[in-house]
Ligand binder design. Sequence first.
Ligand code: ATP
Length: 269
Amino acid sequence: MSFLTMDKVSHHYFSSKGYTKALDQVSFSVKEGEFIALLGPSGCGKSTILSILAGIIQPTGGNVLLQEKPISHSTLAIGYMLQQDYLFPWKSIMENVLLGPKLSHTDTEEMKAAALDMLEEVGLPEVADFYPSSLSGGMRQRAALVRTLINDPKILLLDEPFSALDYQTKLKLEDLVSNILKTYRKTTILVTHDIGEAIAMSDRILMMNANPRTIAKSFEVPVELRNEAPFQARKHPKYQLLFEKIWSELDKRENASPNAKVVPKDNGE
Ligand SMILES: Nc1ncnc2c1ncn2[C@@H]1O[C@H](COP(=O)(O)OP(=O)(O)OP(=O)(O)O)[C@@H](O)[C@H]1O
């Protein structure tokens, strides 16, 4: 059974000048525990999909279903990680991590012990009392991951979470995050511009079109790659084959995708 479904989801952004068609009848399903990567030309609507799944914006058309029922953001825990870590600079790492539990009045001693364990798991055993400014970018992003996972989200949304990091840190974090997500079996949707990252981390890749702004193709990642950690997967011959296939599809779309236009109010559409 499908866990999460987008069924003909469309979205228009409205402004005083008119509207922008950001998504056009996007449909796809995700299985529980599956890791999906969303690739596509700039401006094709990837982040809009995550904002809809996170409940930040309501789609102007179509439905989002969780286990075949309309999704309820008031009862569903969704984790959202972005390029920036958004740690509060005036709070210690532990206070940042325990923010969610504090808001839900579950910041117990057990929760604190679980947070310490998780910090250790991501290689940050001694930073609980540090402030974010004393941590490197990669360490901060690992702390942000713990802050997200401590709330036990049913769905994890990752919007280019490694793109601001240097290449070596990014590769190390891909391995770490992939390992942790396999342990916790989180249903995950990753938005990325990095084809290699998409192949090395996910089970399936959805490629979007910019015109119309919808899902154009789906690529299964071979099981041999999925069984490896991302760094090792990148060395597999099947990685290169899939990379080239996706590259040529993406290249066609990049070349054929003008930016979304604002449709003036009196257009009559
Ligand atoms: N708040 C907004 N108001 C008006 N238009 C918007 C808004 N947010 C996004 N758009 C437009 O909607 C379209 C889809 O944007 P979105 O950010 O979802 O694309 P994306 O694929 O994530 O882009 P990128 O890869 O460059 O991050 C774009 O044309 C963008 O300009």
